[in-house]
Ligand binder design. Structure first.
Ligand code: SF4
Ligand SMILES: [Zn+2]
Length: 209
């Protein structure tokens, strides 16, 4: 919780999605911290939306935490027919794996509104629907030109051209090391979107036994 800047955005969202105030700041002065009992205190189908509004990453998605850098993932707009929420989301892909599901953001980075209401998404859509088959894909999310994510953004799922030969004056490299040969941690057969909690070294060593 050391990243928290006590901006109160999560408490404000919790006020919006629950009937009563259930978390807030503990202690005073430089000991002040946001309640660390959020997950215990807020039993609500929409509690995951607090993650989307935290500006510093103090609140993180337990199904995505430490699995990938956001800027290595591809944001794609998608929807599903959800009985609880609007079902309009952004899926964050690595290859064809859905690593993360978030609410859609507007041009100010705030959760998108529909008909004047914030487009909060439910915890089922956010945490449990990590299969591409669960979703109707609409297309790549429009990313602001200055965002770090746009550096890795390409339209219509077209694979970017290989640039190694181009930057080497037309020659192919004599030796091109495959990272999977030298690192267990990048093993493509480990499905990161299906494991519980963060990926650690044991995720890969257990699999190899
Ligand atoms: S939204 Fe994040 S930074 Fe702001 S008070 Fe909550 S945990 Fe802290
Ligand atoms: Zn939903």
């Amino acid at each position: 919780m050391t990243r928290c800047i006590l901006c109160y955005r999560c408490t404000y969202v919790a006020d919006q999605i629950t009937n009563q105030r259930v978390h807030g700041v503990l202690d005073r002065g430089d000991h002040a911290e946001i309640s660390t009992y959020i997950s215990k205190a807020i039993e609500n189908d929409f509690s995951g939306n607090m993650i989307d509004v935290c500006p510093v990453g103090a609140l993180t998605d337990k199904t995505f935490r430490f699995k990938n850098r956001v800027w290595f993932t591809k944001p794609v707009d998608a929807h599903r027919d959800c009985p609880t929420c609007s079902g309009k989301v952004t899926l964050w892909f690595r290859g064809d794996e859905v690593l993360r599901v978030t609410a859609r953001k507007d041009q100010w980075g705030e959760v998108q509104s529909y008909d004047g209401k914030p487009g909060w998404i439910c915890n089922t859509c956010r945490f449990d629907k990590k299969d591409m088959k669960d979703w109707v894909i609409e297309g790549p999310m429009q990313v602001a030109r200055h965002s770090v994510i746009s550096a890795n953004h390409y339209e219509k799922g077209i694979k970017p051209a290989e640039t190694v030969a181009r930057v080497m004056g037309g020659r192919n490299p004599k030796l091109l090391m495959d990272i999977h040969d030298v690192s267990d941690v990048n093993d493509p057969s480990v499905d990161l979107s299906k494991i519980n909690g963060p990926a650690t070294g044991s995720t890969f060593t257990t699999k190899n036994k």
